[in-house]
Ligand binder design. Structure first.
Ligand SMILES: N[C@@H](CCC(=O)N[C@@H](CS)C(=O)NCC(=O)O)C(=O)O
Length: 222
């Protein structure tokens, strides 16, 4: 059975997994879950992922996996080449710490469910919710930028000259940052790494504007 990825074109957690699948050359079927229309709350999808978020990966054997970083670890173990983690333990710890600072410390604060709660229960209007997103993204990216600029392990990409989980988390987060009007000129090292990643076929293919569910107005050429 072909792998199945439940995702949404501009979900940054889905984008991380798409990059890994393309980088490793793994064929998969895309199942679109439209977060803007609330498809994640439909009983049919909740029976696949009780957390009602994307991505979900269904393996060849029909095992159902949630949480993008757990999915990345699974792909790395099952399809080790080309590797997305360094060979040394300290290198792997650094890569995971960069990836987790995006996935745990930035991304959750700007999620659809958080935004909906701010709008429905906390007196925010859309402009205030956008300010909230910009604040937490900018704060998290500032820390990441400092690390990437100062740490000697940074190379063409976040860790040396090979793509790792850290790049898979950074690039989608920068896509979100720009979506919310953040100028990446403040984060020159991160932007430089993003530009280098986007020249690679896997990042190109995984881009939110090249997915089967990308709205026609946003669609980029293949
Ligand atoms: N920690 C989870 C986060 C998953 C997640 O929050 N996905 C977002 C899209 S990027 C989502 O489905 N949000 C739907 C909602 O908040 O209702 C992961 O890394 O997979």
């Amino acid at each position: 059975m072909t792998l199945r990825l439940y995702g949404y074109y501009r979900s940054s957690a889905s984008y991380r997994v798409r990059i890994a699948l393309h980088h490793k050359g793994i064929a998969y079927a895309h199942v679109a879950i439209n977060l803007a229309q609330g498809d994640q709350h439909e009983p049919a999808y909740r029976s696949v992922n009780p957390q009602a978020v994307v991505p979900t990966l269904v393996t060849e054997e029909g095992r159902v996996l949630g949480q993008s970083l757990a999915i990345l670890e699974f792909l790395e173990e099952r399809y080790p080449a080309p590797a997305l983690l360094p060979r040394d333990a300290a290198g792997r710890a650094r890569v995971r710490s960069l990836a987790l600072s995006v996935a745990c410390d930035i991304h959750p604060l700007q999620n659809v469910a958080v935004r909906n709660h701010l709008l429905a229960e906390c007196g925010f209007d859309a402009a205030a919710a956008d300010r909230w997103n910009r604040h937490w993204i900018a704060r998290g990216l500032a820390t990441l930028e400092r690390r990437l600029a100062l740490e000697p392990e940074t190379g063409s990409y976040c860790h040396g000259d090979s793509i790792t989980f850290a790049d898979l988390c950074l690039v989608p987060q920068l896509y979100n940052a720009e979506r919310f009007g953040i100028d990446l000129a403040t984060y020159p090292t991160s932007a430089r790494i993003r530009d280098a990643c986007e020249r690679l076929p896997a990042f190109r293919a995984a881009h939110p504007h090249r997915q089967p569910d990308t709205p026609p107005s946003l669609r980029l050429p293949p």
